[in-house]
Ligand binder design. Structure first.
Ligand code: UD1
Ligand code: MG
Length: 450
């Protein structure tokens, strides 16, 4: 039996303190280090502006460094509870009460840091060398192995609960076994790359990371032992089992859900400073951008989400926060997998006379598309997802809008300026998260019996 029913809440306050430091550090260090990046040739031209001023690129490295350094400095705080207090008392073989250090949680923390470091290195190398896709995709999978091993060590869950309508086929629980590990490792490569391909307008990368991390934090807060049980309305909506109805809370009373609280605390320790560096960075990356995040920021934030989703056991809820990214990825598939030509940049086209953005096009310069490509493009065009230019005589496709969510917004909502487009993107991300919470805590009650 555990003596201390509310785990490590003082550490949560330290984490908030560290996050304030992270925010201040990114607000001040990002502009201060910009010139050094330009000098090291880490610079890019803003494609959607008239001016040619070199903008410091891969400034996400500054954010990643602040983030990782603070997470390392935070280690003693995260584990201060078991060191200083009477928590983790266990009865030894001789019947004595001994303090036991939570080595398992330390390995969760350290393996997560390792994955973040690999993501940072990969992102930075990508900024410097423009790594090819076939190399970029497997590296996050390798980076997720330490995290998966720790998950395995805890005999992590590999079963999924089957939704009610499918139970007559599969039964209540399906054990995916090794397939579940494959799914989790794909999650890491998806999270890192999907943010990177939804990019190219000022503020896009960092705002995605910001909204997702805030969503994860809100989800974590639902699992903390609050003195007042304001979550009752949520329970009424459904899925009592997961929320631990009668479980974790009520003035810090804990009945075996300590693990659940600890997992979400771990997630908070990783998400709070991430929000902080993102807010600090966004200030400088907002239209008109003075700095670019580079692939480094996309990779390190994506890996942070994958890591907390896996370690705190909410990878399916996490995926629900990636709805715009999933849409953008699926829409991009014909270009990513070579059915449709994919130019180096798929960012919207900038009209300098009106200052508006229009959907950008990909051209079939090497002759008409194959039958299958034409079929895919006609289907997408019928669904209103892209626009085609057809040769009046031959009927061949000459051009198609680049298949990205940003071009899709411009196609459906009409041309707009860059600042409005990033706001549309942010709105879609927020709407996605609201939908995610509804599905997770509302709908889940209908399709699962809680
Ligand atoms: C991904 C996209 C690519 C998109 C690019 C924009 C895919 C397969 N790849 O490539 O289509 O054009 O991101 O980031 O979808 N830039 C701006 N404004 C911004 C941010 C970036 O003009 O707000 C430009 C700058 O020139 C910057 C460059 O984009 O130097 C960075 O591109 P990079 O991150 O290297 O592109 P990828 O991630 O390879
Ligand atoms: Mg990029």
């Amino acid at each position: 039996p555990f003596i201390d029913p509310v785990p490590s809440l003082p550490a949560l306050y330290s984490s908030i303190g560290f996050s304030i430091v992270a925010f201040l550090a990114s607000v001040f260090l990002v502009p201060a280090l910009g010139p050094a990046f330009v000098k090291a040739n880490l610079k890019g031209r803003d494609l959607l502006k008239t001016y040619q001023t070199p903008i410091p690129e891969s400034m996400g490295l500054v954010c990643a460094s602040i983030y990782i350094i603070l997470l390392i400095l935070f280690i003693p705080f995260a584990f201060s509870n078991p060191i200083s207090q009477q928590a983790y008392l266990k009865r030894s073989h001789e019947g004595l009460i001994v303090k036991e250090f939570p080595h398992y949680q330390l390995s969760v923390y350290l393996s997560s840091l390792l994955s973040l470091l690999i993501a940072t290195i990969l992102g930075f190398l990508d900024d410097v060398f423009d790594i090819r896709w076939r190399h970029k995709v497997p590296i996050p999978i390798i980076a997720s192995i330490p995290v998966l091993m720790v998950y395995y060590a805890e005999r992590g869950n590999t079963t999924i609960v089957v939704p009610l309508p499918f139970r007559f086929i599969f039964g209540t629980l399906v054990n995916l076994g090794p397939l579940y590990y494959v799914y989790m490792s794909l999650l890491s490569t998806f999270a890192t790359n999907s943010i990177n391909i939804l990019a190219g307008i000022n503020g896009s990368e960092v705002s995605q990371a910001l909204i997702i991390s805030i969503s994860v934090i809100i989800n974590d807060l639902l699992y903390l032992p609050w003195p007042v049980d304001f979550r009752i309305p949520l329970h009424l909506l459904g899925n009592k089992a997961e929320l631990g109805f009668g479980g974790v809370w009520s003035a810090g009373m804990s009945y075996g859900s300590r693990e659940l609280v600890e997992r979400h605390l771990f997630s908070l320790y990783f998400m709070l400073p991430l929000v902080a560096v993102c807010v600090g960075f966004m200030y400088h990356n907002w239209y008109p951008a003075r700095v670019f995040p580079g692939d480094t920021l996309c990779y390190v934030t994506g890996m942070a989400f994958a890591v907390v989703g896996i370690q705190a056991h909410f990878s399916k809820t996490l995926l629900l926060f990636f709805i715009p990214q999933i849409f953008n990825f699926l829409l991009s598939c014909p270009q990513l997998f070579g059915l449709v030509p994919c130019p180096r940049h798929r960012v919207p086209r900038f009209d300098s006379n009106t200052n508006l953005l229009h959907p950008s096009k990909t051209m079939f310069e090497r002759g008409p598309p194959s039958k299958i490509s034409a079929l895919v493009l006609h289907t997408l065009s019928t669904l209103g997802l892209t626009e085609l230019t057809i040769h009046p005589n031959t009927g061949n496709i000459l051009e198609a809008n680049n298949l990205t969510i940003l071009n899709f917004f411009l196609l459906r909502l009409g041309p707009m300026n860059e600042k409005s487009l990033v706001k549309v993107l942010i709105l879609s991300q927020v709407a996605g998260s609201l939908f995610a919470f509804f599905v997770r805590y509302g709908l889940a009650g209908l399709v699962y019996d809680g």
